[in-house]
Ligand binder design. Structure first.
Ligand code: ACO
Length: 424
């Protein structure tokens, strides 16, 4: 129940009392649902100031650069936790005991294999298909295997679906890569960690032993962890909207993957590397900075700016530290890294970017690390999708667990009013 109200005066002069709700932290929320009976919609393209739901999973304060999962800061999780423990936290709401964690890791590990028929789906994809295109299709296709056995009203069925998704995403992601380079698929290995198993399925071959570097394994796990959830972003909202119709969760996650693909969202880490290639050499940076500042030029600095973070992206700080560690450990010599570092320096000292609060976001650094590890650019967003799966499915679970309505926005119609069809 609301203990505060906002008063709105309508053009007619009538005043309407709107309930105001307070969350644990963050801005208060005005409940405008009652405006419909007064004959009004609210208008907020891009959902700039619209709360679509109540949630207990993740909190972001964009001005202060705070990101909390179930109350724990992303910096603390990156330092003390690991990806699977963070998955447990997001789904169940608490950190696991050692026994609970062991059981969870066991459950995930034992669900990593795919139905063998699913492997044949890949034969239908041309070898140069974008891995995100294959991911959308392959994850959606999981619903064909787990539809009749899935009752979304059952908490246990939802939990099994979550285990399956988190477990199978790395296997599917690696299959997309292997298909694109014509190498045989590698079956998952249960003796490896989540991150190491993914690297093994990506880079191993049946011909020789593949040893995972501990530094790379750590960096991979951290990339997964830092992308695990991010509140009601475009892809999560897509999953929720699709899920609000009662659709199968594997199909909903496939919809989320489609939303993630765009360069304004998850596709940004891939776009960062393409941009670095386009810039080419350090002496070209000033020209591209000018292009980014030109309001008549569509060019933007990829990996800079964020809809919510207007101070700094806390994930970017952790990712930058990780990036420094990996680059030092692997002694990578890549001319793009020189361009990236100089671009970061120049952009951070340019008033255009400072005035608009445009800072490097998590994708700027994750692109650099993934490239150093040897992950091809086209796989970057796929890896983001693997990481974000737990966020998507946790929000879907939270929505289904409480009363919810089908998501159905309204509009401000500015087209033709009704008119007669011409008789001749
Ligand atoms: N390069 C140059 N200028 C930029 C950039 C950029 N990367 N981002 C925003 N601006 C400028 C805009 O042109 C605008 O300038 P103006 O006020 O003079 O018109 C101003 O900054 C505000 O930008 P908006 O587009 O209103 O900001 P919004 O919050 O809507 O967009 C977004 C955020 C989409 C992330 C944008 O900054 C962008 O496209 N960045 C590049 C893509 C990217 O890195 N996306 C990853 C986001 S993180 C993630 O998904 C994990």
């Amino acid at each position: 129940m609301a203990d505060k109200h906002a008063t709105l005066t309508l053009p007619s002069g009538k005043t309407v009392e709107l309930p105001v709700y307070s969350g644990t932290i963050g801005p208060d929320v005005i409940d405008v649902a009652g405006l419909l009976k007064e004959g009004y919609f609210t208008h907020d393209p891009g959902f700039m100031s619209t709360s679509a739901t109540e949630s207990r999973i993740t909190y972001i304060d964009g001005d202060e650069g705070i990101l909390l999962h179930r109350g724990y800061s992303i910096e603390d999780l990156a330092e003390h936790s690991d990806y699977l423990e963070t998955c447990y936290l997001l789904w169940y709401g608490t950190l696991p005991t050692p026994e609970e964690k062991a059981q969870f890791v066991y459950n995930i590990t034992r669900h990593t294999m795919l139905h063998e028929s699913l492997a044949h789906f890949f034969d239908g994809f041309h070898h140069n298909a974008h891995p995100m295109a294959m991911m959308c299709g392959a994850v959606g296709a999981l619903s064909a295997f787990y539809h009749d056995v899935m009752d979304i009203r059952s908490q246990r069925d939802r939990e099994i679906a979550a285990h399956r998704l988190v477990a199978k995403m790395p296997t599917l992601a690696a299959m997309c890569y292997k298909h694109s380079i014509g190498q045989p698929f590698m079956y998952p290995r249960n003796d490896l960690s989540y991150a190491a198993n993914f690297l093994y399925m990506m880079f191993g071959t049946p011909c020789e032993e593949y040893v995972v570097s501990p530094a790379v394994e750590r960096a991979m796990d951290r990339i997964f962890l830092l992308h695990a959830d991010h509140e009601q972003n475009a892809s999560t909202s897509t999953v929720r909207l699709a899920g609000s119709t009662g659709a199968n969760p594997f199909a909903c996650v496939s919809a989320g993957i489609a939303a993630l693909w765009g360069p304004a969202h998850g596709g940004a880490n891939e776009a960062v590397l393409r941009m670095l290639d386009e810039i080419g050499t350090v002496d070209q940076i000033p020209r591209f900075i000018e292009k980014a500042k030109d309001p008549n030029d569509p060019f933007k600095l990829m990996g800079f700016g964020h809809r919510v973070y207007k101070n700094f992206d806390p994930r970017a700080k952790v990712m930058k530290a990780s990036s420094d560690e990996v680059l030092a450990e692997l002694k990578v010599v890549d001319p793009r890294l020189k361009v990236a570092m100089e671009l970061e320096r120049i952009a951070l000292s340019d008033p255009y970017f400072a005035d608009r609060k445009l800072f490097p976001n998590v994708d700027f650094y994750s692109g650099i690390i993934l490239s150093a590890i040897g992950i091809p650019t086209s796989m970057f967003t796929v890896i983001f999708a693997v990481s974000r799966t737990i966020g998507w499915i946790s929000h879907w679970h939270e929505m289904i667990s409480s009363p919810y309505k089908i998501g159905r926005p309204r509009q401000l119609y500015t087209g033709e009013a009704q008119r007669p069809y011409p008789s001749n």
